[in-house]
Design a protein around this ligand. Structure first.
Ligand SMILES: [Zn+2]
Length: 253
């Protein structure tokens, strides 16, 4: 049986790059098929509407035709342009952070509808919530969970004992929290405050980014959360998260 020559998908454009002859390559994370590399023929021409529709951080419904070497977009309809996210440097930097991590954690053509929903819901709330950084930390932790890298937060990863209040440490390479008695020598063990552990647990058990309670996270705790989660993401990604650095600069611009 041959597969149909065209298909439709709901996709979020993560990034795009110009190709020869006014074509555009769009890297899109779709709900139905996971990450796809799609060609948009003639999209760079002034008469083409595809250019605007395939802007990064835009949710589109696309019609795609299968090609011999690459599939190509035949139609695109904007579902959500996330205007609030694109309204300033800081918000845009947060949006690009979401796109970079989804890109980094998703292999080509591996569908993960929950991960897609997480990305879209995060972009929906980023421009609207009081504490967009807390929304990003929720995104970080749930991205780890949905990618199979959820750090252990309740028992010691070495001996399996339940953690006692404030008697714990954190080792990314070992897979999460450690009791004070265990200390594998081959991994970097870092301190983790009780407040940070509690906040990580709260992010873990909250059903959606929109359901996050309104919290006032003190700056020191915000930094600790960000550093812990960024270090964990970078460990599994095996590289730096460039947009995280850009975001820190944008905050003070
Ligand atoms: Zn232990």
């Amino acid at each position: 049986m041959t597969s149909p020559r065209t298909y439709r998908a709901l996709g979020l454009t993560l990034r795009r790059s110009p190709m020869r002859e006014a074509d555009l390559l769009s890297v899109m994370y779709t709900r139905e098929y996971g990450k796809l590399e799609l060609l948009a023929r003639g999209a760079q021409r002034l008469t083409s509407k595809l250019m605007g529709h395939l802007e990064p951080l835009t949710l589109v419904r696309v019609s795609v035709a299968r090609g011999r070497s690459m599939d190509h977009v035949t139609e695109a309809e904007v579902v959500d342009a996330f205007r609030a996210v694109k309204s300033g440097y800081e918000h845009a930097a947060r949006g690009l952070y979401v796109a970079e991590l989804i890109d980094g954690f998703s292999a080509l053509s591996a569908a993960n509808a929950e991960l897609f929903d997480l990305a879209v819901q995060t972009l929906e709330v980023l421009g609207a919530v009081k504490d967009p950084d807390l929304a990003l930390r929720y995104f970080d932790l749930q991205l780890l969970r949905l990618s199979g890298f959820m750090p252990e937060l309740y028992i010691c990863v070495e001996c399996g004992e339940e953690l006692e209040p404030d008697r714990h440490r954190f080792a990314i390479g070992a897979g999460g929290a450690l009791c004070p008695e265990c200390g594998p020598t081959d991994v970097v063990v870092r301190p983790l405050s009780l407040s940070a552990l509690k906040l990580l647990r709260l992010l873990h058990r909250t059903d959606s980014v929109g359901a996050l309670p309104e919290l006032t996270v003190p700056p020191a705790l915000e930094r600790e959360m960000r550093e812990t989660l960024t270090a964990t993401l970078q460990y599994w990604l095996d590289r730096r998260v460039k947009s995280q650095e850009f975001l820190e600069i944008a905050k003070f611009a």
